[in-house]
Design a protein. Structure first.
Ligand code: MTE
Ligand code: MO
Length: 534
């Protein structure tokens, strides 16, 4: 009886110590790996690499679902998931090492191989050195586990010695403490290195003064920017601007070290530009509404920014590029970002006179890091994934036949002009307004074509033309409103827009894949007298 209890207690202690040993080994692995990554390339660290690789490998519908369910927290959820799997596996490897030291250590190495393969397989991986963080981390972790396991009580020994005494308690504690302190130190060193580097980037951003653009944007008339409760402002503040990208760690680029290369087919004079070159160029300022192809009907992934930048067409002409319509050999411009993302844009669109630009400013400030500092592309009329490359560092002229960009390899369309859409912003779904006059209002967009008409329907009633706010430019969304005499009951409000080509938004529902959702936004509200009144 006593023996049995002692045995169980010993077993439990063994298990707990072994699990802790596994976790400690994992902690040491990650600390060493992230420190080596800080020395070589932050993005090659195992957590970011494995996270990035899982984003790359995730089928588009699942990715869509993740973005829908977790919104901008999707990446946090992913990282938490990876760390949980790691912790569980580490504890399991610790238990394995209790019986088989070598097998436990080899298990840690296997995780290193996974991390290394993920890092090497990322689109931004350019060198074998990207394997180093994972390999170094795994070696350190394997060594820690091997040493600790050698000092653990073995369950067998514990039984015969009537309790968990027959083990090198001192040795285990010493080794564990050394590993923990060492890992924490290495981890702090890595953090420090990364902080110094991002400090350079932040410093370079703080030092930017945007020159006054030679071609400023026209002022936004009050007739174009309605002020109605529930309707978002015409210009979306940067902090509220939607963010969609694959970056687990937002790239922090030092603008003073940044270069942009323009090269490829039909480029007779390849260019390498600095950030200063751009600031000293002919700057234009334009209000442009950006939309994401992943935006569901009625969704939030659309926003209007006031962008400052240089005309991309000017730079391309300087480089000797001619559009296909004038005999140029390249029909696709592939923009590549510092994190390896590639986006393909039709050269014809960029050079057809629209305000396609390399933007350096957003809403009067240097670009926020989240939105592409120091430089991003913005092209009116095209979904972001085929035009709006953030943290851009390379522009290559090629053909659609020769190269598929990142999202195109993942079943999204090669070409994707923005589809005409409209959204009801107020009232909100399931709102309970009181009977009487209710303001229905929202936005409609058909960038580079313009919105000519918006209609609203209550239930199955007739379409009624909404009051359109003045058009700012064809490249921005257009606000609309309609005063509705609401009667008690549950009602469905539906909106549809007609663009300047005369096309009215189809009611046919289409998914976001491959080239943007269609269908009409509707909102269900219940009109009720506030309780207590009659
Ligand atoms: N480097 C990089 N640029 C990118 C992306 C990305 O994942 N990486 N996503 C694109 C997509 S899909 C969209 S919709 C826009 C969104 O820009 P925003 O995050 O500034 O709103 O950026 C585009 N540029
Ligand atoms: Mo997007």
């Amino acid at each position: 009886m006593t023996d049995n209890r002692a045995f169980n207690r010993a077993l439990l202690l063994c298990g707990a110590l072994a699990g802790a040993g596994g976790l400690l080994a994992a902690f040491c692995s990650l600390a060493v790996a992230e420190a080596v990554a800080a020395l070589t390339r932050t993005e090659a660290g195992p957590v970011v690499a494995v996270g990035g690789a899982s984003i790359d490998l995730t089928p588009a519908p699942v990715k869509d679902w993740a973005v829908r369910s977790f919104g901008t927290k999707d990446k946090l959820v992913l990282q938490a998931g990876i760390l949980s799997v790691l912790a569980l596996s580490a504890a399991a490897l610790g238990l394995l090492a209790l019986r088989r030291r070598l097998a436990g250590a080899l298990g840690v190495l296997a995780f290193g191989v996974i991390g290394a393969l993920a890092a090497l397989g990322r689109p931004d991986s350019a060198s074998w050195t990207d394997a180093l963080p994972s390999v170094a981390g795994a070696l350190a972790g394997a060594a820690v586990l091997y040493v600790l396991a050698g000092r653990l009580p073995s369950p067998g020994r514990a039984v015969t010695s009537h309790g968990p005494d027959g083990w090198d308690r001192r040795g285990f504690l010493l080794a564990a403490t050394a590993a923990a302190v060492g890992s924490a130190g290495v981890g702090a060193l890595g953090r420090g290195l990364t902080a110094a580097r991002t400090g350079d980037a932040a410093g370079s951003r703080a030092a930017v003064t945007l020159p006054a653009p030679g071609s400023p944007a026209p002022a936004i008339a009050s007739r174009a920017a309605l002020r109605l409760p529930g309707l978002p402002p015409f210009t979306t503040p940067a902090k509220d601007f939607y963010r969609v990208d694959t970056a687990l760690v937002v790239p922090r680029v030092d603008a003073t070290a940044w270069r942009l290369r323009i090269h490829g087919e039909g480029v007779t004079r390849p260019l390498t530009l600095t950030f200063r070159d751009l600031l000293e160029g002919d700057l234009i300022e334009r209000d442009i509404t950006l939309a994401c192809v992943s935006n569901e009907v009625g969704g939030p992934y659309v926003g209007t920014g006031r962008w400052i930048g240089v005309r991309l067409a000017d730079l391309l002409r300087r480089a000797g590029v001619r559009p296909p319509s004038r005999g140029g050999p390249a029909d696709q411009l592939v923009a590549r970002s510092v994190d390896g993302m590639t986006l393909g844009t039709p050269v014809e669109d960029v050079m057809d006179g629209r305000d396609a630009m390399l933007a350096v400013g957003m809403n009067g400030e240097p670009l926020p890091f989240d939105h592409g500092f120091p430089v991003r592309m913005v092209v009116p009329g095209l979904y972001g994934y085929v035009s709006a490359c953030k943290w851009v560092e390379d522009i290559e002229l090629t053909t659609f036949d020769a190269y598929d960009a990142y999202w195109v390899k993942r079943k999204w369309a090669r070409r994707a002009p923005v589809k005409t859409q409209s959204r009801i912003d107020t009232p909100k779904p399931f709102a309970r307004p009181a009977p009487g006059t209710v303001m229905i209002a929202g936005v409609a967009w058909a960038q580079h074509r313009g919105i000519d008409r918006v209609d609203v329907r209550v239930d199955d009633g007739p379409w009624r033309p909404a009051d359109l706010a003045a058009e700012h430019t064809t490249d921005t969304w257009r606000q609309w409103s309609l005063a509705w005499e609401a009667t008690p009951g549950t009602h469905t409000l539906t909106v549809r827009a007609t663009d300047r080509t005369g096309e009215t938004q189809t009611e046919q529902r289409a998914r976001t894949v491959p080239d943007g959702a269609t269908g009409r936004h509707s909102v269900v509200v219940t009109v009720t007298r506030p309780s207590g009144t009659r």
